[in-house]
Design a protein around this ligand. Structure first.
Ligand code: CA
Length: 220
């Protein structure tokens, strides 16, 4: 999944980015409201972590502009401790969840996972398809109950396809959701990841839809 962090505290921003990357996400960071607004307006994110107190453009204004422009990605806001007024303002402006600073990184991860899950209509942390199970909480993948080892990028591709199960996902859409913005992107590598996933999971799990992309079948 591709996540945007808009946070002007460089230490906190770096720490969140590292944690999310380790959990298998592609992460972009913005250090002020204008840059954050621009990225959220132009790049396809699966979720956004948005601090409210930001230089150049405050978080509430950023959020209102995204929502006014029809940007519907899940947004979790970071508020000052004990400021109920900020929470109310944020939720009214279109936030999906909030966390008050300081917070435990594990709680942020759990809330983000829940937001992404709900945005894709899934009720649990486990995604399944044709004998393959992916637990978004532990990052573990099994085939018919046996664990399989996936590289970070293989995991990202599989997780994205599983979230979009039954739908056709183009290679460019995969590229946009598994790489961060500053990563050297090459859509040919997607074919390599899919080929490796087929070897590890079985050939029939990921179908090729000619000229369009890939699809995981809904269990019939
Ligand atoms: Ca701040």
């Amino acid at each position: 999944m591709r996540i945007l962090i808009v946070e002007d505290d460089p230490v906190l921003s770096r720490q969140l980015a590292d944690t999310l990357s380790r959990a298998g996400d592609a992460v972009d960071c913005a250090g002020d409201g204008e840059e954050g607004h621009f990225l959220g307006d132009t790049e396809p994110y699966n979720a956004v972590v948005l601090d409210l107190g930001l230089p150049r453009l405050d978080g509430i204004t950023v959020l209102k502009r995204w929502r006014a422009a029809g940007r519907t990605m899940p947004v979790l806001i970071l508020t000052a401790r004990g400021s109920w007024a900020e929470k109310v303002q944020g939720i009214d402006a279109g936030a999906d969840d909030y966390l008050a600073k300081p917070f435990q990184t594990e709680e942020l991860l759990a809330r983000l996972r829940a937001l992404i899950r709900r945005a894709h209509g899934h009720a649990t942390t486990e995604l399944t398809c044709e004998g393959v199970t992916l637990d978004t909480r532990s990052g573990k993948v099994t085939v018919n109950g046996s664990p399989v080892d996936l590289s970070a990028h293989e995991y990202r591709v599989l997780r994205y396809l599983m979230h979009r199960k039954g739908q056709v996902v183009s290679r460019s859409e995969l590229v946009e959701h598994i790489y961060a913005q500053d990563f050297d992107r090459d859509s040919n590598t997607i074919e390599v990841f899919v080929a490796r996933l087929r070897r590890k999971l079985g050939v029939n799990v990921i179908r090729t839809v000619r000229g369009l992309g890939y699809r995981l079948e809904e269990p019939g």
